[in-house]
Design a protein around this ligand. Structure first.
Ligand SMILES: [Zn+2]
Length: 88
């Protein structure tokens, strides 16, 4: 295969990692599983792309966790305020 060959990589939730997709755009091990974060890269950049997908997912997950944390602490503060208002 030449250096210019394009392959698709994406994240398979069942593999819990980035995988090289087959010709149907699916994970070779889990053809029924929807693959997300798909990108098309040159063959020699596959490992880079996989690492990148995992990095982006880790960042997104951390952002979501921070978002949840802020939402929860907001609810807690709201709860305290409501209790404060009711008691006084
Ligand atoms: Zn899979």
């Amino acid at each position: 295969m030449s250096d210019q060959t394009l392959v698709e990589v994406g994240y398979c939730a069942l593999c819990r990692t980035a995988v090289e997709l087959n010709e149907h755009g699916r994970c070779p091990l889990h053809p029924l599983q929807q693959v997300v974060d798909i990108c098309e890269v040159r063959l020699r950049e596959v490992d880079n792309a996989k690492a990148n997908i995992l990095l982006i997912r880790a960042r997104r997950l951390r952002r979501e966790l921070i978002g949840w944390f802020i939402a929860l602490s907001g609810l807690l503060v709201l709860g305290y305020v409501v209790i404060f208002i009711i008691e006084f």
